[in-house]
Write a protein that binds this ligand. Structure first.
Ligand code: HSE
Length: 435
């Protein structure tokens, strides 16, 4: 049995998780890959910290570059996160002729194009299953399982932290801040939780999925990104009363004006499977032209799930070391077929909308609002207004509209916000029945 030497960069949650699998399931890993896989070296910022894994047999260093360039390492697992040092480390490893397995979504979404070119030039693998939706094998599904299909669209809950926050706010009426703190304590959130709550982490993952679905270079700048920080307890309850759940979704879709890439809150029917994906779980719904809709569900964060994906990639790499020509193209199509595609702007998409308008409770206010919608040919599908508790109090008007081009909705919202009796900013959330 051939031996493959692995170097770990990063000994955090995922790094330790990966090390534990390789040590505790060593025999199974050999059965699966045909090789003996041995972790020989690891780097971590702080070597004195106590960790939930056994590093006694490894050569340890604080310098990630030492792992990336070590002559004793065949495959590098980049599990440190971040984009600057991680990029240099991955480049150095590829340049040293090593295969790299990464869980780093920001790195792939922002620098993937150059990194894959470098890997191809060096004749080595760069794999990233763990970068998207943690333990769900969605990269493999898109690249291999669905290879017969033209992908028409995909929609996914791809950030566990925000899904956990929205679930707890709905089920237990907890506050946003309170649940976010718990998500951080549970290790779900990014080091900077802004990445989670402002949708950036989801955008990284969505951009990766979109590129594989449509065979195009990564284009992070073209992704419309909106987080969950404006969602209130009231919105969640109003949506519930109308038969919807508010979910933070990523969409990649062939639209009339180009490829739509967007992450934002969406009202989805309670009865839809995606509406029932709760807590830290992730799920990706993919529509292929042959297979129809398929749904992939599982834990999107945490040591075990993410390490599970890292090790699956490592086993692939190990098998390919014996037969490099059998590699699946990293972008799902041959490099020569990867082509840039027009990106749709967010105001070109078509969607139904949920509007929550705070207004004075007096005659004529509703007329101004419906006039503004009518002027843009927007039709009201449902409307809800709770009677104010006391006279003179403001009321929340909740409206569901038909599907319109977002530019028309923007124009209507402009008029509504200036309409008599309307107070403050109108809350607008897109609605999608995911059909
Ligand atoms: N912060 C991420 C999440 C971790 O909450 O989904 C997994 O990428």
């Amino acid at each position: 049995v051939k031996q493959v030497r692995v170097g770990l960069v990063g000994l955090g949650t995922v790094g330790c998780g990966a090390l534990n699998i390789l040590q505790k399931s060593a025999e199974l890993m050999t059965q699966r890959s045909g090789c003996e896989i041995k972790v020989v070296m690891a780097s971590a910022r702080d070597l004195t910290r106590s960790r939930p894994c056994d590093t006694t047999q490894l050569e340890l260093t604080t310098d990630p570059m030492a792992v990336a360039t070590s002559p004793n390492v065949d495959v590098v697992l980049e599990l440190m996160g971040g984009t600057d040092t991680a990029k240099s480390v991955v480049e150095a490893a590829l340049q040293s002729g090593k295969h790299v397995v990464t869980a780093n979504k920001a790195l792939i979404a922002r620098h993937g194009n150059a990194l894959f070119a470098l890997a191809a030039q060096q004749g080595v693998q760069l794999t990233f299953e763990a970068a998207v939706a943690g333990g769900i094998p969605i990269i493999k599904a898109l690249r291999e399982g669905l290879a017969a299909n033209k992908i028409e669209w995909l929609a996914g809950i791809i950030n566990g932290t925000t899904n956990f926050i929205l679930t707890e706010m709905r089920e237990k009426k907890r506050t946003f801040e309170d649940v976010l703190k718990e998500a951080q304590a549970l290790g779900y959130a990014e080091v900077d939780p802004t990445f989670d709550v402002e949708g950036i982490d989801a955008a990284h993952k969505l951009v990766i999925l979109a590129s594989l679905a449509f065979g195009m270079p990564f284009n992070f700048e073209a992704c419309y990104t909106e987080g969950v920080t404006k969602i209130t307890q009231a919105d969640i309850q109003y949506a519930d009363a109308l038969g919807f759940r508010i979910k933070h979704l990523g969409f990649a879709k062939q639209g009339a004006q180009g490829i739509e890439m967007r992450v934002h809150p969406v009202l989805v029917p309670k009865t839809h499977l995606l509406g029932q994906v709760d807590g830290v779980m992730n799920a990706v719904l993919v529509k292929g032209d042959q297979v129809g809709q398929t749904l992939y569900y599982g834990p999107g964060a945490g040591a075990g799930p993410t390490a599970s994906a890292v090790i699956a990639d490592l086993l692939d790499v190990v098998r390919l070391m014996a037969a490099p020509s059998a590699a699946v193209a990293p972008m799902a199509v041959q490099d020569s077929a990867v082509k840039t595609r027009a990106a749709a702007r967010i105001d070109q998409i078509k969607s139904a909308y949920y509007l929550r308008i705070s207004a004075e409770d007096k005659p004529g206010v509703l007329r101004g609002i419906t006039q503004a919608l009518a002027d843009e040919s927007i039709s009201v599908e449902a409307m809800n207004q709770k009677a104010p508790a006391n006279e003179g109090q403001t009321v929340d008007l909740v409206i569901l509209t038909n599907k319109v081009v977002e530019a028309s909705m923007n124009a209507a919202l402009e008029k509504i916000s200036q309409s008599a009796g309307v107070l403050g900013e109108v809350m607008r959330i897109r609605v999608d029945s995911l059909n």
